[in-house]
Ligand binder design. Sequence first.
Ligand SMILES: Nc1ncnc2c1ncn2[C@@H]1O[C@H](COP(=O)(O)OP(=O)(O)O)[C@@H](O)[C@H]1O
Ligand SMILES: [Mg+2]
Length: 268
Amino acid sequence: MTDKLTKQDAPVRRTDVPMVKAEGVHKSFGQVEVLKGIDLEVRPGEVFCLIGPSGSGKSTFLRCINHLEKINAGRLYVDGELVGYRQQGDKLYELRDREVAMKRRDIGMVFQRFNLFPHMTAVENVMEAPVQVKGARRADAHHRAMSLLERVGLADRAGHYPSQLSGGQQQRVAIARALAMDPKLMLFDEPTSALDPELVGDVLDVMRDLAESGMTMVVVTHEMGFAREVGDSLVFMDEGVVVESGRPRDVLTNPQHERTQSFLSKVL
Ligand SMILES: Nc1ncnc2c1ncn2[C@@H]1O[C@H](COP(=O)(O)OP(=O)(O)O)[C@@H](O)[C@H]1O
Ligand SMILES: [Mg+2]
C-alpha cells in the first residue's frame, strides 16, 4: 500500500559513529531511580527494539534520547554528540533551551497517542513544523507533505481532519509529520498500542518501509512479530536495567534470563 523507499533516500553518514550510545545512564524522579545504569548502542540504519514490562523505564529512556529529560549520571550521545551538553576542550557546557530545541529537531518522535493538531487537516499537520520551525515556503512544504502522505498511503486523505481519520490513519499522519523534519533518528513509543487490532498492520507496514529505507529507529513495542522480522537488535528492560540484549530472534526464542522468560511467556 505504500511506495517502496530505497536506500538512496537515506542520508549518507559515517557508519563508525553510533547513532545512540548510552553509558551508565541513570535517571531519577525525586527518590525514585527509574534508570539504573543503561548501557547500549544503536548503530546507524539499525532498527533497535526495546521491550519490557510497564514501568521498566522504556519511555523515560526515549525521552532522555530526545532531550526531554535530563539524566543524573552517565553519558548519553546522539550521533556522536553528548545530549544536552556542548564540549569545548575538556569542559562541558550545558546547552541552552534554544540549543536543545535545535537538536531535538533532528529526532522524530511518534507516541502511542498521535497528538495531531485537531483543527488542521492531515496535510496541514505535516506541513506545520517545516513552515513554522524551519521557515519553509508553504508551496514547498505542501508539495513535500503530499509526497510524505503518499509514502504512508494516505494521499487521498490529505484534506481530512484527524477526527475524520481512523486511529491507524492518524498514526500514519503522525509518522509523516515526524518525517517532514528530515530526522536522522526516529523514536517510536508503543506506536500501535492504542490501535484497534485490525489497524495495527498498516502502521507496522509503514514502519517496515521506513526501516528498509535505512532510517535509524528505536522502537518500544509489544509487537514481537515486528521485532523479530524487522528488528536488528532487541533489548529487554526491567526495573531500569537492561536484562538481556541480542538479535531479536535469539532473545525471543531463546531467552537466557528468568525475567525475560517470564515476561515473554505473558506477551507471546
Ligand atoms: N515525570 C515523572 N515523574 C515521576 N515519576 C515518573 C515520571 N515519568 C515516569 N515516572 C516513573 O518512572 C517509572 C518508569 O516509567 P516509564 O519510563 O514510563 O516506563 P515504561 O515506559 O517502561 O512503562 C514509572 O514508575 C513511572 O511512574
Ligand atoms: Mg512507556
